[in-house]
Ligand binder design. Structure first.
Ligand SMILES: Cc1cc2nc3c(=O)[nH]c(=O)nc-3n(C[C@H](O)[C@H](O)[C@H](O)COP(=O)(O)OP(=O)(O)OC[C@H]3O[C@@H](n4cnc5c(N)ncnc54)[C@H](O)[C@@H]3O)c2cc1C
Length: 554
């Protein structure tokens, strides 16, 4: 990996931007990041949280309703919860992790209730904790994080990690997009935060597909982590397409269970409303418009839907369409790794990565441990964000405590592509780069219906794009967009390199040339490297040993 480490210039740079020193820095302020920040602060750590948008309103969870994988601590119910999900995970999840997540989610939701989240009552008058309204949930998390003393920097995307001379992750650097105070010498407001440990919770990558809440999710965390030497796992499980009205961005697949899908002339698309119907819709869409009508929901279900997901109905109400009685045009929007299950590889029960001082949580981390290759209709994702965030924050605080005061240790900047590039011959604009990567990942016949030759072709073009973006010199005003573009290109390369290595169909990864699941490939795949990518089967993760060790030390 050709990353040049550049020491932070203590005098000229830092005095012109915001410079902080904390124990734990959390990158990303969605559910995973806020749980991480709260949990680190609960350990007594000094914590800062940076978000690309406004913490509490940014990312995939904030604008959506979130159903949750929740089970009371009754052994039989817990066992049922694990068994029912395991059936979809096709051998890639881990029971110990699943049980831990159920446990931690239960604890977390009860904490949320204590903090004031207004859970409704169900028909039997019991508190219903299986769903969270994004706006209320995230508003409460922001409040709770502030109450815990966490310093929040909104509209402050991280661009790169910092590393210490002895190879520990030592903080991050980024820009401040909405501050009126003095800009750095180079014309933009910057921040540098030194930290004893860093939690990456920057969500997944939806390739600017305009799915609701997802346009801030461009794979930045993966790029930063791999630049520091981390690995990724499960990147082949990255091709969920959400059903969306053509005039809206709300991808809410669950409600389409009650829909009928039709061709333009009104003939039904047979089988499309079943669980595996999206490929049929995709095939139909490649030749003609497709319509949906949610005509199989009875009145009670309709009322429940309005109550559970009011934002789903907004675009219909604005357009004057009743989705229960009128058909409307739909399309499929890529949600990439947001509703995929791959991400930064986790190496132990604390959500540590393979890089000392770096932890990962939420969609930025691999969710294969609990979801295998199919996140499906969600619920495990929100539970994973709570659990992995809590564990990562706690472990990061402990890591920083063991290190002691690191405020004055020298730190080096780790970012490569677009940040410290030599001027290159590329004439492409960032917009052209973005269109080029989208042309490789959006089409169904590349990403949904996968095959060796098509994946090879895409990967070759993406490798060329990577070489070009790596040496793209961004102007100050382009700094964020350039890094996002580099992160999307890098993410697409990890996706397809891993998809090529998985020569079978499993979970959401479907190969036209290998339509069956091969029991010999019941292992996770790890992607390594940046300029040169290689994929290996995950060595038998020592999770069992780690858990045994954990239990033995209690
Ligand atoms: C429409 C939709 C519906 C869903 N419904 C469900 C559901 O019902 N149940 C379920 O379990 N899951 C659901 N999911 C998935 C769920 O929303 C995610 O798993 C969850 O939001 C993950 O939380 P997170 O904190 O990891 O990421 P996010 O909520 O996406 O938050 C990531 C945060 O990181 C910030 N960020 C990104 N890059 C940077 C950077 N460079 N620097 C600083 N900050 C950065 C973003 O601004 C954002 O605030 C749904 C997803 C979508 C898109």
């Amino acid at each position: 990996m050709a990353i040049r480490r550049e020491q932070l210039n203590q005098r000229s740079e830092r005095e012109n931007g915001l410079s902080l020193a904390v124990d734990v820095l959390v990158i990303g302020g969605g559910p995973a990041g806020t749980w991480a920040a709260w949990s680190a602060a609960a350990q007594g750590a000094r914590v800062a949280l940076v978000d690309k948008g406004y913490c509490g309103a940014s990312g995939a969870a904030a604008p959506s309703g979130n159903t949750l994988w929740y089970s009371p601590p009754d052994p039989e119910q817990r066992e049922m919860a694990v068994i029912s999900r395991e059936a979809r995970n096709e051998g890639l999840s881990d029971r110990t992790w699943m049980s831990r997540v159920l446990n931690q989610t239960y604890t977390g939701l009860h904490a949320l209730e204590d903090w004031g989240y207004p859970f409704p009552l169900d028909d039997q008058g019991q508190v219903y904790r299986r769903s969270l309204q994004g706006p209320e949930y995230m508003r409460l998390m922001r409040k709770q994080v502030k109450r815990a003393g966490v310093q929040i920097l909104d509209h402050s995307p991280a661009l790169e990690l910092l590393i210490s001379a002895d190879g520990l992750v030592a903080g991050a650097a980024g820009i401040r997009r909405q501050v009126g105070d003095r800009a750095s010498r180079d014309g933009i407001n910057r921040w540098w935060i030194k930290a004893g440990a860093v939690v990456i919770a920057s969500g997944g990558c939806a390739f600017l597909s305009k799915a609701l809440g997802c346009n801030v999710l461009t794979g930045d965390g993966y790029l930063m982590a791999v630049e520091a030497g981390a690995e990724l796992s499960g990147m082949e499980f990255s091709n969920v397409y959400g059903i969306v009205p053509t005039f809206a961005s709300v991808t809410k697949n669950a409600f389409y269970r009650w829909a009928t899908f039709t061709h333009e002339d009104g003939t039904p698309i047979e089988g499309a409303n079943a669980g595996k119907g999206r490929p049929l819709i995709a095939r139909a869409l490649s030749t003609q418009p497709v319509y949906a009508q949610i005509n199989r929901a009875d009145e009670t279900t309709q009322a429940m839907m309005r109550l559970a997901q009011p934002n789903f109905f907004l675009p219909f109400d604005r357009a004057g369409i009743n989705p229960f009685t009128q058909r409307f045009p739909i399309t499929l929007r890529l949600e990439g790794t947001v509703r995929g299950t791959g991400g930064i590889r986790i190496v132990d029960s604390t959500c540590a990565t393979s890089v000392p001082g770096l932890f990962a949580a939420g969609d930025a981390a691999t969710r294969e441990l609990v979801c295998g290759g199919a996140s499906g209709g969600g619920s495990l994702n929100a539970a994973w964000a709570i659990s992995s965030g809590t564990w990562a924050g706690e472990a990061a605080a402990q890591f920083a405590t063991v290190l002691g005061n690191t405020d004055d240790r020298p730190a080096f900047r780790l970012g490569g592509a677009t940040l410290r590039s030599t001027p290159a011959s590329t004439t492409q604009t960032l917009q052209e780069f973005i269109q080029a990567v989208q042309a490789e990942v959006f089409p169904y016949d590349r990403n949904l219906f996968r095959s060796e030759s098509v994946l090879q072709g895409s990967l070759a073009r993406l490798n060329t794009l990577w070489q070009e973006i790596s040496s793209f010199t961004a102007s100050d005003s382009q700094a964020l967009q350039a890094r996002e573009t580099a992160a999307m290109i890098a993410t697409a390369r990890w996706m397809y390199a891993t998809a090529l290595a998985r020569k079978e169909s499993r979970g959401m990864h479907k190969r036209e040339d290998y339509p069956h699941t091969d029991p010999q490939q019941t292992h996770r795949l790890v992607a390594h490297g940046l300029d040169h990518i290689w994929v290996t089967p995950e060595p038998q993760l020592a999770t069992e040993d780690l858990f045994i060790r954990e239990v033995a030390t209690l």
